[in-house]
Design a protein around this ligand. Structure first.
Ligand code: AMP
Length: 217
């Protein structure tokens, strides 16, 4: 059984890679960001508190994060591997996870800050929650909406997420450097980290990942 952590700054292309890995290797995708957004959409008091942290680009406190994640893990089928996305974000979370689960590999999708900022600030999202398709307005970005500011799929207006605005993006990158890079160092010491140059096309990255998985399983 494989348990994988995928790490990377915002806009490192994590979403595309994770989709491919979960499908191919039959892993359960656990994203703390998604769990928090789910809680917010339920309209609970906790959800509203979580939204405040997310809105400001700050980390949700460890105890809350770990409780929400553990609740979900306990509901999942035993014996299937997990793919952790957006977790662990700091060293405390990593140490707690290590006590619970044996990690097989940590995939670190590396891009520099300049490219991350460029990609994120160009991102636009369909404001229809049920569609939520993502576009890029950067000259080389993909996919671009056919009609400016409008979703190709459902014709709804596109918007920029608050946490995709430059000021918040910079704050999140600082937090990544300060809190999350030590997590990568921690797993490097255990020999678990595979660093991927994430500035390349997804197809090229998939080739690297395939090689990693054939040697790891
Ligand atoms: P993400 O969808 O992974 O980009 O996460 C969105 C936001 O949720 C982050 O900016 C944090 O506010 C919060 N968040 C997600 N995962 C964690 C985590 N493991 N620990 C603390 N906060 C988190």
């Amino acid at each position: 059984m494989m348990n994988i952590i995928v790490m990377g700054k915002q806009a490192s292309g994590k979403g595309t890679i994770i989709e491919e890995l979960t499908r191919k290797h039959n892993l359960i995708h656990l994203s703390t960001g998604d769990l928090f957004r789910e809680e917010f959409h339920k309209g609970t008091k906790l959800g509203i508190q979580l939204q405040k942290y997310m809105h400001e680009g700050q980390l949700v406190p460890d105890d809350v994060t770990i409780k929400i994640l553990n609740d979900r893990i306990s509901k999942e089928k035993k014996g299937t591997g997990f793919l952790f996305d957006g977790f662990p974000r700091d060293i405390e979370q990593a140490k707690l996870l290590d006590k619970q689960i044996k990690i097989s590999k940590v995939i670190y999708l590396n891009i520099d800050d300049k490219l991350a900022i460029h990609r994120i600030t160009g991102r636009r999202i369909c404001s229809n929650d049920k569609c939520a398709k993502t576009y890029s307005i950067n000259p080389e970005g993909f996919p671009k909406p056919k009609k400016e500011g409008i979703c190709d799929e459902c014709g709804t207006k596109l918007y920029q997420r608050d946490d995709d605005k430059e000021e918040i993006v910079k704050e999140r990158l600082n937090i990544f450097k300060e809190k999350t890079l030590p997590v990568i160092e921690h797993y490097k010491k255990e020999g678990l980290v595979v660093e991927i140059d994430a500035t390349r096309k997804p197809e090229e990255i998939f080739v690297d990942l395939n090689n990693i998985f054939t040697t790891a399983s």
